[in-house]
Design a protein around this ligand. Structure first.
Ligand code: ADP
Length: 259
């Protein structure tokens, strides 16, 4: 306990000198967690001290994306959890406190308790940026998390499909309503470029994200293509942003825009 107090300088570890980037989406499967993880890694590659908080407590996917499934954070005491570290970022995810295949069947209060612990009891040390991966949609948890972080900046992830950008708009408005600054939209799975003929195919359509950006009074930060390599690298726990190849570039560009 003494060590814990010494480490945290006697005060609660909060996000006072840390820029918090909240990453949200209107629905699941659009690549929100992939973007969160790669943004965190890309920011670290730019030389910043970065933390990644997986607030998608029930639907966590961060441990797999970072190749840390089965690793357990170390608790110094009941109120001091040390985050895991991988690829130069510090990480906390419910997935590292439970086993991957057991569904967590939790109601609101229990969920809120875990999030409170993630906010109050994780000892991050000095961080320049904290990337926070929200659960998808406009439910109670995303709303509560956003309300706790009035200084945070918000990034919206969507695909170009009308049905996706429509639900993305709802969480964008929610973020604005609780006074988060919506710094922009990531259009993920934007297009597919044939590796042989270099023809581009707009698999999910085009033009919807531009309309959404206009409606929300924000910009499109980056358009990320569908890439087999992005999916493959994610599946083996080595984020594309670590790569110097083409597949890493959109995430480096995103990080540069965020800074
Ligand atoms: P969400 O967090 O929105 O539910 P994920 O980040 O888990 O979505 O991504 C959903 C799936 O799509 C994952 O299998 C992921 O590897 C894949 N994926 C995400 N972005 C891309 C991309 N740009 N290219 C190819 N596959 C992608």
């Amino acid at each position: 306990q003494d060590l814990a107090r010494k480490l945290s300088g006697g005060k609660k570890p909060l996000f006072e000198n840390t820029r918090v980037i909240v990453v949200g989406s209107g629905k699941g499967g659009v690549g929100k967690s992939t973007v969160s993880v790669n943004l965190a890694v890309a920011l670290a590659r730019l030389g910043f001290k970065v933390g990644l908080l997986d607030a998608d407590v029930l639907g966590f996917s961060v441990p797999r994306l970072l190749g840390i499934v089965g690793e357990r954070p170390y608790a110094l005491d009941e109120h001091t959890i040390l985050p895991l570290e991988k690829y130069g970022i510090k990480v906390i995810s419910m997935g590292n406190f439970t086993d991957e295949d057991t569904p967590l069947i939790w109601r609101g209060p229990l969920l809120g308790g875990v999030l409170d612990q993630f906010f109050n009891d994780v000892y991050w040390g000095d961080l320049d940026y904290l990337v926070l991966d929200l659960p998808p949609g406009t439910g109670d948890v995303p709303l509560t998390v956003m309300q706790k972080l009035p200084e945070a900046k918000f990034i919206l992830v969507t695909t170009p499909q009308a049905s996706a950008s429509h639900v993305a708009g709802r969480i964008g408005y929610m973020a604005k309503k609780v006074n988060l600054e919506v710094i922009g939209i990531v259009e993920n799975m934007s297009y597919f470029e044939c590796p042989n003929c270099h023809q581009r195919y707009n698999i999910f359509g085009e033009g919807e994200t531009e309309k959404l950006a206009e409606d929300l009074g924000t910009e499109i930060l980056v358009k990320i293509p569908i890439e087999i390599k992005v999916r493959e690298l994610s599946d083996i726990g080595t984020p594309a942003a670590l790569s110097d190849g083409e597949e890493g570039l959109p995430y480096m560009k995103l990080a540069e825009k965020v800074v």
